[in-house]
Design a protein around this ligand. Structure first.
Ligand SMILES: Nc1ncnc2c1ncn2[C@@H]1O[C@H](COP(=O)(O)OP(=O)(O)OP(=O)(O)O)[C@@H](O)[C@H]1O
Length: 249
């Protein structure tokens, strides 16, 4: 058997340019970024404020369109899809975790986790969902509503929901931004552990070197360009690399 999964790409962009606005007020948020996110890996996107992290994630995930260049989820080029197909791709092949949890308040924990499957009319794999519930440690909270949970528990529901449909890739945008450091660390451990145990793929935007250190690899953006990559990051190494971006006063 070959290690094919280590070589495949879950998502990528090539020569990605994103310009917001026109004329004098135009902002070139992405300025020719090419980057591949390998399947079965946890990749963090880091860079100074305004460097284009969220824009890259949104364009790679099909939440926004590129001005030029191309983006793929697996082998599917997003620019070739009409709106309906793009919506289906986001629903069926991409998972999302946001800073603000984004759970449906009227649904129970179990219903929130199953939501992507229910929207797709898919039964899902009972064993997979069951294992996810245990992974995120919510077995005794399945019938609670989000308002009855702590922030960390809500984000764990969001993590389980993101993986429920076995997506090609889970995109996480500052997933620990609303959590204290201990709870945030638990959520990051959960993301990293799920990648390692299940071979799923996570791409996370963060400005926090401690969060980035949970990833297998960090890609660094500056001024809309990919400027560096770091394998097996530690918080100190990431912090040092980030300091190099600071303009001396
Ligand atoms: N909808 C928009 N309209 C106009 N400009 C935008 C829009 N979204 C982002 N920008 C600009 O594009 C650039 C990149 O923004 P982006 O949010 O991708 O950066 P970021 O690295 O995620 O920043 P932060 O860490 O502060 O969240 C910034 O200059 C930002 O002001």
């Amino acid at each position: 058997m070959t290690t094919a999964t280590a070589l495949t790409t879950a998502a990528r962009v090539a020569d990605a340019v994103k310009v917001y606005g026109v004329g004098d007020t135009a902002v070139r948020a992405l300025d020719g970024v090419s980057v591949a996110f390998p399947a079965g890996r946890f990749t963090a996107i880091m860079g100074p404020s305004g460097s284009g992290k969220s824009t890259l994630m949104h364009c790679a995930a099909g939440l926004d369109t590129l001005t030029s260049g191309a983006a793929w989820i697996g082998d599917t080029e997003l620019g070739a899809l009409d709106d309906r197909r793009l919506t289906l791709l986001r629903r069926d092949r991409v998972g999302f975790v946001f800073q603000s949890f984004n759970l449906v308040p009227t649904l129970t924990v179990e219903e929130n986790i199953r939501l992507p499957l229910d929207l797709a009319g898919a039964a899902g794999e009972a064993e997979w969902i069951d294992a996810l519930v245990d992974t995120v440690g919510l077995r005794d909270r399945l019938h609670h509503r989000p308002s009855q949970l702590s922030g960390g528990q809500q984000q764990r529901v969001a993590v389980a929901r993101a993986f429920a449909g076995r997506p090609d890739v889970v995109f996480a945008d500052e997933p620990t931004g609303n959590l204290d450091s201990r709870t945030g660390g638990e959520v990051l451990g959960l993301l990293a552990g799920t990648v390692r145990r299940t071979g799923r793929t996570v791409v996370m935007v963060t400005h926090d070197p401690v969060a980035a250190a949970h990833a297998d690899e960090v890609v660094f953006l500056a001024d809309g360009r990919l400027v560096d990559r770091m394998e097996s990051p530690t918080a100190d190494l990431v912090l040092d690399r980030m300091k190099a971006f600071e303009v001396p006063s």
